[in-house]
Ligand binder design. Structure first.
Ligand code: ADP
Ligand code: ADP
Length: 232
């Protein structure tokens, strides 16, 4: 479902060079929850931005849902990214729009109108358990509720793949548990493939089928979670 081959990303800032990705090979099977764990600076968010081509890798290829993204133009990418939802650490909600308005936003851009849009927004809010918050504003929500809005918005276009950028890092442990449970439920119910990055091993243990341990732009180890946890 997600296939990245020999990914490299070299940043050049003035006279300094940083090899943020140093030959990463990633295979995420359809319907799998795959986690990448590592400390700050390991290259996790660069990897995630390269997977949806928000950032162009210096070399290597990325295929998502059978399509080679690295070969696409910006306008082709805009279409292809509908198949890839994204959730953010700090939620990235529009503060001037209601919960319904935030979830409706990608549908508006896609040109989904009227009753059809309203129906889809209703479905999405139900999916994340926020039916009764449709008219609330982000500032009136808890952190966990904000992330539920972020997840509903990410799923609006029915993507096959969800990328999670430290989705629970701003949340307390209990709320983290409930958001991870929601992601697990969505994975099972919708067959959603999830690639998440985190600096917390606990997150990996709670929901991932497979994982990679990342350091200095490389995967030190990767494989089924039970194998990884069994290693010394
Ligand atoms: P992580 O998400 O694991 O904290 P990052 O992918 O953010 O790691 O960063 C990996 C390395 O790449 C770091 O050394 C970071 O400073 C560098 N880096 C990330 N983004 C940029 C950028 N836009 N320009 C220059 N260097 C960057
Ligand atoms: P905002 O004030 O944030 O712009 P709107 O009232 O314009 O929010 O609603 C945005 C979108 O959400 C519209 O497409 C609307 O159809 C949909 N919507 C609004 N309220 C609900 C609701 N209670 N249930 C489902 N969809 C709703």
């Amino acid at each position: 479902m997600i296939e990245a081959t020999d990914l490299r990303k070299l940043y050049r800032i003035a006279d300094r060079e940083v090899l943020a990705l140093d030959g990463v090979d990633l295979r995420v099977a359809p319907g799998e929850v795959y986690g990448v764990v590592g400390q700050s600076g390991a290259g996790k968010s660069t990897l995630l931005r390269c997977v949806n081509l928000l950032e162009r890798p210096t070399s290597g290829s990325v295929r998502v849902h059978g399509r080679e993204l690295t070969a696409m133009s910006e306008s082709e990418l805009r279409g292809a990214r509908r198949d890839i939802g994204m959730v953010h650490q700090h939620f990235a909600l529009l503060s001037s729009r209601t919960v319904a308005g935030n979830v409706a936003f990608p549908l508006e851009i896609m040109g989904v109108r009227g009753a059809q849009r309203r129906r889809r927004v209703g479905e999405l809010l139900e999916l994340v358990g926020l039916q009764d918050k449709a008219r609330a504003y982000p500032a009136q929500l808890s952190g966990g509720q904000k992330q539920r809005v972020g997840i509903a918005r990410a799923l609006a276009a029915r993507p096959a793949v969800l990328l999670s950028d430290e989705a629970t890092s701003a949340l307390d442990p209990e709320t983290t548990g409930s958001i991870l449970e929601l992601l697990r439920d969505l994975n099972r119910e919708l067959g959603l493939t999830i690639l998440l990055i985190t600096h917390e091993m606990d997150v990996i243990k709670q929901i991932c089928d497979s994982a990679a341990i990342m350091e200095d732009g490389r995967f030190l180890e990767q494989g089924p979670i039970l194998d990884l946890l069994a290693r010394p």
